[in-house]
Design a protein around this ligand. Sequence first.
Ligand code: F2R
Ligand code: MG
Ligand code: MG
Length: 309
Amino acid sequence: MSVDIESKFVGGLIGTGIGDGLGRNREGYSMVDSGKIVEIGKKSNKLIYTDDTQQMIGLTESLIHSKGFDGKDFANRLVQNFDISRGYGSGAIQVIRSLKDTSEWKEPAKRLFGGEGSYGNGSSMRIAPIGLFKYDDLESLSELAISSSKVTHTHRLGVEGAKLQALSVGLAVGKDPKEGIDKQNFIKRLSEFIDENIYLEKLELIRSLVEKNIDKRKVIKDLGNGVEAYNSVPTALYSFLSNSGNFRDSVAYGISLGGDADTIGAMTGAISGAYHGKKGIPKDWKSKLENKDKIISLAKKLMKTKKEI
Ligand code: F2R
Ligand code: MG
Ligand code: MG
């Protein structure tokens, strides 16, 4: 097996941005044909990203600067990069505003939702750089995913979603798209790291649905398309696995499910981009991504940092 790891780092990060930018105007809408999403891509002059990619950029910058994960540094970058026009979740807005006024960066996230913490998909949608950075050490990958989630999302289901998404990206890096993917084995390997029943049940569902040609309505009903991490991380994984042959199909499918479309697009794009690599992403989509050169440069720096530590 020979895989171009740098291409995969670039793929995982620009995949996030492309899925996010393509899905941006579909967030909150109903399902459509995948062809409609491809058409949106053709008609758009630029793929403008949202909070998903804005936070992904901050996490990547932080991993590079700190040569690993540092919660305080990441919290500072969430504050510095905050741009409300990108469309953040209400809990995320509260946490980031509180982080600005305190050095106790672990505290604001714990106060959300009556002290329950958030189970929104905000810490999952930005996690690609952790999956890339630790793709060769899934135990460390899981620990970093948990720590990075807790800066904004402390609810156990929010944390577990971030872990599952990061693991999916990490596992995809090590696979050679020329060899194809053993879907059953991919899901089995993920399950070994997952503790929460709702995710284990959805992984089991993906295992049974993925080899069949399933109606989209059933996918939405069984796996979800909502803002909760457990209603969108498994959906992104399914979108990738059921369309693993090429990046365009997987991302168009994920976004076409509607609901939290930018975020399902970002997460599907992260996994699919980490699998197919930069070369597997359609040129027209790549060229339209906002801040493409900056994101590519960050992916290369992330890989360099990994090599140096
Ligand atoms: N915010 C949006 N989209 C709406 C605005 C877009 C519009 N186009 C614009 O430009 O203004 N999208 C982004 O938010 C989602 C990620 O959210 P995140 O970061 O997880 O935020 P939050 O608020 O923590 O969680 C989201 C919602 O989940 C529910 N929830 C979470 N934990 C809960 C709990 N313990 N109990 C009850 N409900 C809980 C709440 O409804 C939260 O508001 C992505 O879609 C991103 O694209
Ligand atoms: Mg968004
Ligand atoms: Mg969203």
